[in-house]
Design a protein around this ligand. Structure first.
Ligand code: NDP
Length: 256
């Protein structure tokens, strides 16, 4: 079975997708909507938090191989490597992260879950479909190219920062209830949300190592989603902890 789109049509959708990311960035920055976690509006229709994470991230691991293999029987090792990186990140997010978080009895709004499913489906389609169409662009020499090596280092550094910071946050609730504490350690010395910074670095690395427009779009979306959230977290910490470290920035050390 094949699902081939007209190139112009695909790139029109992709352009709209990038414009939408920029629009979302400014909307989230200005409106500061109630979302999930500490910023949840408890009056919204919600489901169990862990279940929500599982459901909303699940499309990524199903649809990435689907959108690739529906169109391509060509097992290009470079593209399979790209897909493996994406899958590794999301296998963790779908099957491991929801089991690690300590959010017993906490809920996540259904609206957030639906919008994340929509986002993940569009994003995975745009990347998976692109990979299925460009096997000729990447041969084995790509593994030795500057973008690949640089991007891979950036990707791995981002993944490390993201994982380390999420682990510090999760451990804050060891043996206690669902409350919040001031996190210390790792990049928390400099910023309030290194987990979000790590995620952003990771997908910027992915965009560099693949040198492609849909992965660049994904990095833009990640910034659009996570920068406003990090700023919201930062102000929340300052409002709720009188002893919050003054020198700590929100998401970029010494700057923002
Ligand atoms: P948060 O930093 O809001 O929370 C992470 C976990 O740690 C939650 O379980 C949270 O509990 C808990 N936690 C956070 N701060 C504290 C604290 N001070 N004291 C005690 N517990 C705390 O991250 P998100 O939930 O927004 O995101 C989770 C992961 O998903 C991150 O790695 C993020 O980068 C990634 N992500 C990626 C997106 C993308 O567009 N690529 C979009 C959204 C998230 P609680 O839920 O109760 O607040």
């Amino acid at each position: 079975m094949n699902m081939i789109l007209n190139n112009d049509f695909y790139f029109t959708i992709l352009t709209i997708w990038i414009i939408l990311a920029l629009f979302t960035f400014f909307v989230l920055l200005i409106i500061k909507p109630s979302t999930y976690g500490r910023h949840i509006d408890k009056n919204r229709l919600s489901i169990n938090n862990r279940l929500g994470w599982f459901i909303m991230e699940l499309p990524t691991v199903i649809l990435m191989p689907f959108f690739y293999f529906i169109n391509s029987t060509d097992c290009n090792p470079v593209i399979l490597f790209f897909i493996s990186l994406y899958m590794l990140h999301y296998l963790n997010r779908v099957f491991v992260f929801p089991l690690r978080i300590r959010t017993r009895d906490k809920k996540i709004p259904i609206l957030i879950v639906f919008s994340a499913i929509l986002f993940n489906t569009c994003n995975t389609f745009l990347i998976g479909y692109y990979f299925s169409q460009v096997t000729l662009l990447y041969d084995l020499s790509w593994f030795f190219s500057l973008p690949f090596i640089t991007g891979l280092i950036v990707f791995l550094a981002g993944a490390y920062i993201n994982h380390q910071s999420d682990t510090i946050l999760i451990n804050l609730r060891k043996g206690s209830k669902n409350g919040y504490k001031i996190p210390y350690g790792g990049l928390f010395k400099y910023i309030s949300c290194p987990n979000h910074l790590g995620e952003i670095i990771e997908w910027i690395g992915f965009a560099i190592l693949t040198c492609s427009l849909p992965t660049f779009a994904f990095a833009t979306w990640t910034i659009a989603n996570l920068m406003p959230r990090a700023l919201q977290h930062h102000y929340w910490y300052k409002e709720n902890f009188t002893n919050y470290p003054q020198e700590r920035k929100a998401i970029i050390p010494y700057l923002i």
